[in-house]
Design a protein around this ligand. Sequence first.
Ligand code: ATP
Ligand code: MG
Ligand code: FE
Length: 336
Amino acid sequence: MLVLGIESSCDETAVAVVEVGKKGLSVRSSLVASQVAFHRPFGGIVPEIASRKHVEVIYALCQEALREARVELSAIDLLAVTNGPGLVGSLVVGVSFAKALAYGLNKSLSPVDHVKAHSLAIFLEKPIEFPFISLVVSGGHTALFLVKSPTEHYLLGQTRDDAAGEAFDKVAKLLDLGYPGGPLISRLAETGEASKIDLPRPMLDSPDLDFSFSGLKTAVLNLVRSGRAFMVHDLCAAFETAVCEVLMEKSRRALKQLGLKRLVVSGGVAANRRLRESFAKLAETEGLEVYFPPPVYCTDNAAMVAIAGYYEFMAGNTADLKLDVYARSQFPRYPG
Ligand code: ATP
Ligand code: MG
Ligand code: FE
């Protein structure tokens, strides 16, 4: 089965062709057109620019993805598209495009939740047994889920304010490092010494599985404003370490509470090297299985949308031309 995945929830337009067959799965093409350069002068995403850029590139990107996959459009069996959460004006572009293709080709269209797609990106590399705990750490989300099957995500905890990626971006902005902040902080942190600066570990005293990152950002801001001397790379290392420790501790507790040993970490921040190394160490000391998608499938892409759409289709979830978009996900809570 050939699935065409389409993603336009935020500031990346992405199209991918994924083949799912009896012998497994292969990503035939996965293209991402990033708008980062257009938003950089504003230090963040400008929704109006985002929607317009999606409109400009989506058709050509789709053609290129088909060409790279050596697949004719008529050979596509299923359209999979992100219809939320994200920027409504951006989502509408991908969804309208996917609807037109589904209508024109007379093929099924499966709606995909972007957060679930991040969570399932690991399946592009290897199959994982269910159930597992999923930690999604991205630009707009930081949440823990119990994943019972590809289409069943139960929310265990989430951030009460900023997402981890958002905290990276905001800290980078207040340090004047540039945009987006994650990769920039990560690079500087490599030569820094985390122990030189003391930063809080928010929410570790709280018994739930929720997170909070705005206090950590404020601690960095206070340090900068205090006029105290510090090295930027030490601060980056300290910040990264604080984020990693909180994410690890809450994930460990989630696994313990649910009596599970399998953890999948995904989303843009899961591309972070320190995070990957810290979780790998945790896996070793605690006897856990921790999985990370390859970094290109951690950040936004359409291959993860294609695979998530395939699972939705297999579960009977297809949409008609009335399919709408949504800004925020509503996941059922565990245990209910
Ligand atoms: P969401 O998935 O929540 O809707 P999004 O799609 O914008 O948001 P992603 O593309 O999944 O988010 O991730 C982008 C975020 O990941 C940004 O905040 C970015 O700073 C962060 N990020 C990317 N690479 C790294 C890295 N190496 N280290 C830390 N953070 C990173
Ligand atoms: Mg993005
Ligand atoms: Fe994302």
